[in-house]
Write a protein that binds this ligand. Structure first.
Ligand code: DAH
Length: 345
């Protein structure tokens, strides 16, 4: 009987190797394990006729083989399902001489990379990192930043409203308010994160990223603002980047300044008129900044006579585009592997 079992096993293996469909596998199952007429089933029935002392060993052996055959059928079925559509009966199933598939290595997304660089420079100067919610209430996104309802300054930011009273934050500045509500100076904070505006073209994306920063203590001056931001820009854009502070307006700072760097492409050369990056001005706007408006201190309950501070905000996409010489912001969000591959791992 043991010999018979061995033969059955070989038969099954042979047939399985040649079969090419689930139906054929099912047929093999019926032929060997089927309740009626299955060859292995028949052997099991035959156990009764064996002398009593041989029965236990033969029974064990039969069960073992049965398990084996069930396993073979199962494996082959899996195989077939996985390779559906491929010819199974032509040549070897696995060509070990084929070159393997290279596993694609991941990259840090350029926006993450630039954000990390910005964070590194500021934490190096003693700033800590804070975060706030993406869905922000009107009070933190506008009111407490000295932008009252119906004030024309709200036009500066095309807002996505979630409800009458909640917006997708249009900037990271509300994190200033949230931190100052909870803590007392001295504060040195940066707040990176996504922001949202109804704007969509080659240089504007409805979702983009900012890094906000601020510093509050006794006697913080515009000189501190200039020092910190100049040092920051020198580190991010390396070599001797030229920096200029230009008077501007933001509702939450007074005075306010926009910060420009010398154009990194033409460097303000004589034929800069054709420069596609700065359009001939020789300068690129990089940051908004200013001394925190006393009204803002009023909203968070700070004594504006005792404390002063500066704040700034910058767009991560803009900095990344300048660093990497890009002219379309949408490349960041399309996840085209060819774009991402250009950045070192
Ligand atoms: N929140 C401003 C914006 O998104 C950027 C900004 C300007 C932030 C000046 C500041 C600041 O903290 O002082 O346009």
């Amino acid at each position: 009987m043991i010999d018979n079992l061995e033969k059955l096993h070989e038969e099954v293996t042979g047939r399985l190797e040649r079969c090419a469909s689930e139906e054929e596998i099912e047929q093999i199952r019926i032929d060997y394990l089927g309740r009626k007429g299955g060859k292995l089933t028949a052997l099991m029935r035959g156990l009764r006729e064996l002398p009593a002392d041989q029965r236990p060993r033969a029974g064990q052996e039969l069960n073992r083989r049965r398990g084996e055959i069930e396993g073979l059928l199962e494996t082959r079925l899996d195989d077939l399902r996985r390779n559906r559509g491929r010819p199974m009966d032509q040549g070897p199933r696995l060509d070990v001489t084929l070159p393997g598939n290279r596993v694609e290595r991941g990259r840090v997304h350029p926006l993450t990379r630039v954000t990390d660089e910005i964070i590194d420079v500021f934490t190096g100067m003693g700033f800590e990192i804070a975060r706030g919610p993406d869905v922000e209430d009107d009070y933190h996104n506008f009111e407490a930043l000295n932008i009252p309802r119906d004030h024309p300054a709200r036009d500066m930011q095309d807002t996505f409203f979630v409800s009458d009273d909640h917006v997708l934050r249009t900037h990271t500045s509300p994190v200033q308010i949230r931190i100052m509500e909870q803590r007392r100076p001295p504060l040195q904070i940066i707040a990176p994160g996504a922001v949202y505006r109804h704007d969509d073209d080659a240089t504007h994306s409805p979702v983009f990223h900012q890094v906000e920063g601020f510093m509050v203590d006794h006697d913080i001056s515009f000189g501190d603002l200039k020092g910190v931001l100049t040092l920051f820009l020198e580190q991010i854009f390396q070599d001797e980047v030229r920096v200029r502070f230009r008077p501007s307006f933001f509702p939450f700072t007074e005075p306010s300044a926009e910060v420009d760097i010398g154009c990194i492409l033409c460097r303000g050369a004589r034929d800069a008129g054709n420069c596609r990056v700065c359009r001939g001005s020789g300068w690129l706007e990089i940051l908004g900044s200013g001394m925190i408006d006393p009204n803002v201190f009023g909203f968070v309950g700070y004594d504006a006579e005792a404390f002063s501070g500066f704040a700034f905000g910058m767009g991560v996409e803009r900095i990344a585009m300048l660093k990497y010489g890009m002219d379309d912001i949408r490349l960041f969000f399309q996840n085209d592997i060819r774009f991402l591959r250009q950045f070192p791992p």
